[in-house]
Design a protein around this ligand. Structure first.
Ligand code: NAI
Length: 333
């Protein structure tokens, strides 16, 4: 069967890591027809919109997308395409599995946790204005609907994947109403999942626990901003942003992209690690029931990493993006 999937190569390292991943998907024998679209500055230059309507329509039609990172101008310019896509398509759950890939040097071993980040509101609602010169107000939106929905997603994920514990991350000691509502919703949902242990941690203390003893965590559920920050922290525990994949999921649509950004410091040098996007693509393959191909890629990746046959610089090697990708392709059988 041929799948039609929207492809957004993105910018910065996006086109390189996307091309590398496409080679590996082809080597794994999956038949995919890619519906390619621009986003961000490249789309803006060509169409006048950073998030063109045709791109949204393509994902709505195909229901599945693979996306490279897209640069967001800092403190000026168009609003984030990444946040815009998640909101426009109601991709409310950002699922980020963090675990030790075999053969990747890291600060800890035995980590196997999942971050479930609420993806549609919080400070990422983008509602901010200058009240008077020198004073800006940014609105943090927390709703019962979105908080209960992400809590149910986290507990269902835990139940469906044999996980034992869900930890809600919050700052309800300070934001008593906003984070208080989030916490209350997670607590209420937790009562329907008696077999899963439930605990709560304040975000600052949670960060300390994560760097001291990350193995105590299983599923972590949190509002958008904490999810963004804690994800990068967790990536740092297992070898960096080059090795953590992710999925943005809604009721019907799945958009798969790495946790990392467009990495302008290494863009165009053929040194970025395509593994993070590859792991996202593997999540995508499982989402579309291509389990055999997903398994072939994971064993090839594990084999290449463990043997040290090819590794990019961020994980201690000297291989280029495409040397690494080609080594994974050769290892697929
Ligand atoms: P970043 O994630 O792009 O890079 C942080 C550091 O990690 C850099 O030193 C980079 O070289 C390294 N890194 C990231 N991915 C790597 C990979 N695959 N292989 C090897 N090293 C890797 O974060 P930064 O620099 O803060 O953001 C750059 C741009 O990306 C910004 O415009 C930001 O808004 C955007 N961004 C986009 C995301 C998306 O499209 N989903 C997510 C996060 C950031």
């Amino acid at each position: 069967m041929t799948h039609t999937i929207t492809l957004i190569p993105g910018d910065g390292i996006g086109p390189e890591v996307t091309e590398a991943v496409l080679r590996i998907l082809t080597a794994a024998g999956v038949s995919i027809e890619w519906d390619r679209h621009l986003a961000g500055v490249l789309a803006f230059e060509r169409t006048g919109s950073a998030l063109p309507a045709e791109l949204i329509a393509s994902i709505q039609k195909n229901k599945v997308a693979l996306k490279g990172p897209v640069t967001t101008p800092i403190a000026e310019g168009f609003t984030s395409v990444n946040v815009g896509l998640r909101k426009a398509l109601d991709l409310y759950a950002n699922l980020r599995p963090v675990w030790n890939l075999p053969g990747v040097p890291s600060k800890f071993e035995g980590i196997d946790l999942v971050i479930v980040r609420e993806n549609t509101e919080d400070l990422y609602a983008g509602l901010e204005h200058e009240v008077v010169p020198g004073v800006v107000e940014s609105l943090k939106i927390i709703t019962e609907r979105a908080s209960s929905r992400i809590a149910r997603f986290a507990f269902e994920h835990a139940r469906g994947n044999g996980r034992k514990k869900v930890t809600a991350i919050h700052k309800a000691n300070i934001m008593k109403l906003g984070d208080g509502l989030f916490l209350e919703c997670v607590r209420t949902v937790s009562r329907s999942y008696a077999e899963i242990q439930y605990e709560e941690k304040i975000v600052d203390a949670a960060c300390m626990h994560l760097v001291m003893n990350p193995r105590q965590f299983d599923v972590l559920v949190m509002p958008n901003l904490y999810g963004d920050i804690v994800s990068d922290l967790c990536a740092g525990l297992v070898g960096g942003l080059g090795v953590v994949g992710a999925a943005n999921l809604g009721a019907e649509i799945g958009l798969f992209e790495a946790v990392h950004g467009s990495a302008p410091d290494i863009a165009g040098k053929n040194i970025a690690n395509p593994t993070a996007l590859l792991l996202s693509a593997v999540m995508m393959l499982r989402h579309i029931d291509e389990h055999a191909a997903a398994g072939r890629i994971m064993s090839a990746l594990g084999g290449v990493m463990t043997a040290g046959a090819a590794r990019t610089r961020d994980v201690g090697g000297t291989s280029s993006t495409f040397e690494f990708a080609d080594a994974v392709c050769r290892a697929i059988n």
